[in-house]
Design a protein around this ligand. Structure first.
Ligand SMILES: Cc1cc2nc3c(=O)[nH]c(=O)nc-3n(C[C@H](O)[C@H](O)[C@H](O)COP(=O)(O)OP(=O)(O)OC[C@H]3O[C@@H](n4cnc5c(N)ncnc54)[C@H](O)[C@@H]3O)c2cc1C
Length: 565
């Protein structure tokens, strides 16, 4: 089974230490139990118990220190990072978030040439420290060009920093806050490290009402020396973007973890409940919603796992991950919202109960598409790859599953963020050609209709200035990439044909939905509208396949996992 079941952990690790670490994390939460998990959630308790466990077991140090700086088992190994993020999401986004923010801080540090600071950071991680990433500001949102955090040279080789940051996780306790700003004299960007316990650092407030501390903080003439500077100029800018490249991948895994736990709870409840003398799971619409939720979740996981292979194998010559990574961020997380919507429609009132994990899943799942660049920002990014993806494929060696013990050093040496439009991809058609299944065939016809739009009635440069239209074009493109990678992984994981075909049932419907959306945009021309209508198709109906998926894969999840009380 591809979905996480914490009580039957079967994931392959080539080293025992990694598997043991995952089991330790699971054990921490199962020992804590659902009752206390929910009490802490409602009382907004700072998760000191979790951080104490993290320190004792050196969890963040092992997971987040690149090879060479920490203990021998420390490395940045995306294979285990995926599951770690999934497990944390499974038990609560708050636990994931304190780690995720730490990851974001470590980006600028591990990418920096400031060796002394790297050594200090590795030491602080070993001691159980958490960190904060100071990028966002209240007034500027996604527009980080406009930062008002200013670093002023004092003329003697030292500096002072002044300004405010907003929405900064861990800002109450962070051993290091990597902070982004501008030099007051030259206007150059700069990344620098501050200590949240320094007297010139003011933790103003927690902006949110949750277990997380998402701070507003202010620096008042905070003194800096050269030793605190992580990077400057173009390098500081690239560091910010390259860090988000690494970090935003984890958001997809938080969604996957949340949805998996919510699915167990939802199907348990529905299968146990009788209305009008029949089980809720016998209602045809309930079956359909569960099958849809399950197939969407399996697809999320197949896609995100495959994206990891490309991240781990990335190099200066192979930057395909720069397309797949934002897709994990925008597509997997929005699919997560769809999964929760479907499940919530089934369990209805039960989804509000305070003792259910579901109640927090329903809230937290909304965060992931919005953080670290909204869906819009990420679609605007991926459309830059469209022309080469469709019309200039290149040969690449076959990429196997990357579950080896490697340290993913390239992620901290990604280099220039320029030249996205020059990145080349392998031919997506190869993945689709490998599956002769009814819904995959229909989906391929939809892709051909989309290509016909791009070649015969392509949106003009003027039209593409309209971000609203661009987003609709991008959603269709995203589906093609989504289908490609999940098919590549369906082969690697030997997913049954009936499951793949059922996944493409929703893929065909989603393609039709986005085609209709594009059709309805104010500026689409008559030929474009016609091309959009040609993309609208109905999935192949196969009752026997559907029943096999329901009875063989989805319904058996009832009673399969329950968190310890
Ligand atoms: C709980 C929480 C925790 C957070 N933690 C951190 C943290 O630890 N560190 C940190 O630095 N930040 C953090 N953030 C900030 C987060 O990354 C921002 O919310 C995010 O960058 C978007 O900014 P915004 O929400 O202000 O939206 P805005 O930037 O105000 O966006 C407004 C609208 O414009 C759209 N838009 C903006 N730019 C573009 C574009 N280029 N193309 C297309 N559409 C665009 C957006 O999609 C949105 O619809 C956190 C936020 C929250 C809520």
């Amino acid at each position: 089974m591809i979905l996480l079941d914490p009580k039957h952990h079967t994931r392959h690790y080539s080293d025992d230490a990694s598997r043991k670490l995952m089991l330790d994390v699971i054990d921490f939460f199962e020992t804590k139990g659902k009752r206390r998990l929910k009490e802490d959630y409602h009382a907004r308790v700072w998760y000191a118990d979790f951080l104490d466990f993290v320190r004792r077991k050196r969890v963040f140090a092992t997971m987040s220190t690149p090879a060479g700086y920490g203990a021998p088992d420390s490395r940045w190994d995306t294979w285990r990072v995926c599951e770690f993020a999934e497990i944390l999401g499974f038990y609560g986004l708050q636990y994931w978030y304190t780690w995720q923010v730490t990851v974001l801080v470590l980006g600028p540090i591990w990418m920096s040439a400031n060796e002394a600071l790297n050594e200090r950071t590795a030491r602080l991680l070993e001691e159980g420290g958490i960190f904060a990433f100071g990028l966002s500001e209240k007034a500027h949102g996604a527009d980080i060009y406009s930062t008002d955090m200013l670093v002023t040279p004092k003329g003697d080789g030292t500096y002072t920093a002044s300004g405010r940051k907003y929405y900064i996780g861990n800002g109450n306790e962070a051993a290091i806050v990597s902070t982004f700003g501008k030099m007051a004299d030259t206007g150059d960007y700069v990344f620098f490290a501050v200590d949240s316990k320094h007297e010139k650092y003011e933790c103003v407030q927690n902006v949110v009402a949750s277990q997380n501390f998402v701070s507003e903080f202010a620096l008042h003439d905070y003194p800096l020396t050269e030793a605190d500077i992580l990077s400057t100029g173009r390098r500081a800018w690239e560091t910010a973007l390259n860090t988000v490249n690494v970090g935003k991948y984890n958001l997809g895994w938080a969604s996957i973890g949340i949805c998996t736990h919510a699915l167990y709870e939802a199907i348990d409840h529905a299968a146990d409940r009788e209305l009008y003398g029949m089980r809720v799971t016998d209602f045809p619409h309930v079956k359909r919603m569960f099958v849809d939720a399950w197939t969407r979740l399996v697809a999320m996981k197949l896609f995100a796992l495959r994206a990891a292979d490309y991240m781990r194998s990335a190099s200066r010559e192979d930057r395909r991950y720069l397309l797949y990574n934002p897709m994990v961020k925008m597509k997997v997380t929005t699919q997560g919202e769809d999964v929760i919507n479907l499940l919530w429609d089934v369990i209805a009132a039960k989804g509000f109960e305070k003792d259910m994990y579901f109640e927090q899943a329903a809230v937290d799942i909304r965060a992931l598409p919005k953080l670290e660049g909204t869906v819009h920002v990420n679609i605007a990014l991926i459309v830059k790859f469209m022309a080469n993806y469709f019309f200039a494929p290149e040969e690449f060696p076959e990429l196997p599953r990357r579950d080896d013990e490697a340290d993913d050093a390239f992620l901290f040496d990604q280099g220039s963020t320029r030249g996205l439009g020059q990145i080349r991809f392998h031919d997506y058609r190869r993945a689709y050609e490998g599956f002769d299944l009814p819904n995959v065939r229909i989906f391929r016809e939809q892709i051909e209709a989309y290509r016909a739009l791009l070649t015969g009635a392509a949106p003009t440069a003027e039209q593409l200035k309209d971000v609203d239209l661009l987003l609709a074009v991008g959603e269709l493109f995203a589906l093609v990439v989504y289908g490609q990678l999940l098919l590549e992984n369906a082969r690697i994981y030997a997913v049954e044909d009936e499951v793949v075909d059922q996944i493409f049932d929703f893929m065909v419907r989603d393609f039709s939905k986005f085609a209709l959306e594009l059709h309805s945009k104010p500026s689409t021309t008559a030929p474009q509208m016609e091309a959009c209508l040609a993309m609208i198709r109905k999935p192949a109906v196969d009752e026997a396949r559907y029943q096999r998926v329901w009875e063989g894969h989805v319904l058996p999840l009832a009673g399969a996992y329950r968190m310890n009380e």
